[in-house]
Design a protein around this ligand. Structure first.
Ligand code: ADP
Ligand code: 5GP
Length: 194
């Protein structure tokens, strides 16, 4: 073994059913812990108002996305609906890790498990869970960003996604926000210790 092991960043993977509080918690962790960098995914869905190319996502056409798949440019990718792809670019990761940055991923449940499989012990896969489906539904309503139909679809998907929770390294129940934030900070700080 080398006397001077390469200083390589670790990986923090966040997955959750929609409405569990993943965005809120990821934002908190990025604010609170030094040396973290967010992995910007590629997608072929159109940008939403206020989203910027290269900041929120790399926005590609479906054909550009397919070309990158053929070039093996992705660690993992998924076609969520016909022609709507999401994926993690190889390029995004290697240089950031080599510079010693820890990388934060916000991906869906299947993508999260694929990344965990790829990175093994270097990665901590965290599943964020609302205390119950009723509370999840309530939070989605209160967030006010989705139609009733979209909320219903998200709840149905959540029941399916919940079945994958026990394959993650950590299942964090986001009940009282402050408590969940502290718990998460402590788990991550411990994992990132050299
Ligand atoms: P996700 O990214 O998982 O879809 P969000 O972070 O957008 O979820 O959270 C969904 C909604 O619930 C938001 O309006 C957020 O402010 C709220 N929220 C997040 N965590 C809690 C919590 N612990 N208690 C109450 N509301 C919460
Ligand atoms: P949105 O369209 O709301 O930005 O994201 C939809 C879903 O795609 C979310 O669950 C998000 O976590 C997931 N997602 C974003 N980037 C990636 C990625 O690179 N890979 C995978 N598998 N899912 C992603």
């Amino acid at each position: 073994m080398s006397k001077h092991p390469e200083k390589k960043g670790k990986l923090l993977i966040f997955s959750a059913p929609s409405g569990s509080g993943k965005t809120t918690l990821v934002k908190y962790i990025l604010d609170q812990i030094q040396g973290l960098t967010f992995s910007i995914s590629a997608t072929s869905r159109p940008p939403r108002a206020g989203e910027e190319d290269g900041k929120d996502y790399y926005f590609l056409t479906p054909d550009q996305f397919r070309k990158k798949i053929a070039e093996n440019a992705f660690i993992e990718f998924e076609e969520v609906y016909p022609d709507v792809f999401y994926g993690t670019l190889v390029d995004q990761i290697a240089s950031k890790r080599a510079a010693g940055n820890h990388i934060v991923f916000d991906v869906d449940v299947v993508g999260g498990l694929n990344l965990k499989k790829h990175f093994g012990q270097d990665a901590l896969a965290i599943f964020i869970k609302a205390p119950s489906l009723d509370i999840l539904a309530e939070r989605l309503k209160q967030r006010g960003t989705d139609s009733n139909e979209s909320i219903q679809k998200r709840i149905e998907k959540a029941e399916w996604e919940m079945r994958f929770a026990n394959r993650f390294d950590v299942v964090l129940i986001n009940d009282q926000l402050e408590k969940a934030q502290q718990e998460l900070k402590s788990i991550i700080t411990k994992f990132l210790k050299p």
